[in-house]
Structures are given as structure tokens and as C-alpha cells.
Ligand binder design. Sequence first.
Ligand SMILES: Cc1cc2nc3c(=O)[nH]c(=O)nc-3n(C[C@H](O)[C@H](O)[C@H](O)COP(=O)(O)O)c2cc1C
Length: 253
Amino acid sequence: MRILAINASYRGDNGHTRFLIDKLFKGAAEQGAECEVVTLSKKNINICKACSVCQRKNHYLKCAFDEKDDVKPIFDKMAGADIIVFATPVYIFGISGLMKIFLDRVYSTGDVTDLRVSKSGLLFHHINHAICSKPVVTIVCCDNLEDETPKNVKSYFKTYSKFMDAPHVGALIRNAGIITGHGKDPEKEKKFPKIYDVYDAYEQAGRELAEYGKITRKTENQANQEIIPIPLFKYIKKIKPLKRKFIDKAQNL
Ligand SMILES: Cc1cc2nc3c(=O)[nH]c(=O)nc-3n(C[C@H](O)[C@H](O)[C@H](O)COP(=O)(O)O)c2cc1C
């Protein structure tokens, strides 16, 4: 099993996103998976200028930037992988700009005039299945606690998966990064002991990917659990009058 993670954090190898990928890969490697991380912030990635050269007969499905930047080799790696992990921090309620710039370049790999119907029944066009249709796992991290925060990113990859015929085999959504120190502050983590259970779940998710090619719902729920040490916080956090109290408590932690 070859698993490729695309890390779209500008903090690259030093960020929370990478920390979470490493947890996942620890478990996957234990089960014999070959794991590789592409750190987009270290790559030279041009923005798609919508020149549509890639749609012309004399340059068919070749981007004007092929051979001029690092995107084509990343697409080649995606084609060689069995599972792709798209890992992004939430940036102003969406995927990071780096992820968007990278994924926009997928445009050059499909003939947009050759209409097709996707496996999920959506009207679309030709795509390069070798690059776009691998099973997808998403890792999303953010600092806020509201379910609303990662919503657009979750939905983005669900849509990607439906149009691209790419089975969505796991969604790992980690909130509250700032209060647990983004994986870099053991003192902060001690105040939120459920985070260790979360990290265990990431490793278990990696083992499941390596063994079965998908993450079980149980492991996903464990990874995505609330880590705030207040009983039923998942529900309590939705009650507006209690939020002020929560903020006061949190600021005194
Ligand atoms: C430009 C920018 C925008 C951000 N927007 C949000 C946001 O809308 N909601 C949120 O909860 N966190 C937001 N964050 C925080 C990051 O999502 C969070 O710190 C994440 O863990 C960063 O991952 P990284 O360390 O891998 O970069 C933002 C951070 C940056 C730099």
C-alpha cells in the first residue's frame, strides 16, 4: 500500500498538519505501508492562469508550466499512489491557498469539452483517473472549536470526491489546535488528556488504511472527538449563553 500525503500548510514540516500526518503515517508504516509526504510549501507551484493551452490540440492535456515547475512530478507521484491524503489547515474558513493553487492545476489533466457522467451521477468531463480518482483521506486542522469552522473544507473534499470518482475513505478533522499547542507543547497537552486518545486514533487510522484501505467510523469518531474536558461539550458548545462562561474559564486555564 502506497500512501501519499499532500501537506498544504505554509508551515510545512513544522506545522500541526505535518504533525498529524506523521501520526497517521506511524500507524500505516507499522502495517508495512510505504508513506510519503509532499510538502507543497517547499515546491515551486505556479498559479493556473486559465490560459487553456492544455485544452488545445497542439498542447493537449499539457500545462504551459509542465517542465517549468514542480507540479507534474507531484501528479506523477499521485498516479503511483494507492491512497492520497489531502492535508490542509483551515485558512479563513476554507482550504489553504496553497492547496487551492495546487488543485487548480488539475484542470490541465482533463479534457473539459469531453463530457461524461461521474460514478455518482454528476455531469462532468473527462478526467485523468490515474491522478484524480485515487481513494482520498482528508486531514483538516484548525484552531476554533465551532463545527462551522471546518465545514467548507469537509464539503470541498466531498465534492472533489464525487466529481473525481475518488472514494472518500476517511475524514480526520482536528479542531482546538491552538489550545493543545499544535502538537508541540507537552505542557498544554497535559491539560487536555483526551488529545492522547486522538493521537492514538490517528495511528489506528493509519493501520486501517494500510490494512483495509479505509478508516473505520469508530476510529474517525475517536480522532474527531472534542478534547475540551467538560462533559458533553459537543452539545454544550452549541448553547450560546454558555459560550461566554466557557471563554472565561478557558482564559483562566
Ligand atoms: C492565514 C490563516 C488563516 C487561518 N484561518 C483560520 C480559520 O478560519 N479558523 C481557524 O480555526 N483557524 C484558522 N487558522 C489557524 C490554523 O488553521 C491552525 O493554526 C492550523 O493548525 C495551522 O496548521 P499548520 O500549523 O499546519 O499551518 C488560520 C491560520 C492562518 C495562518
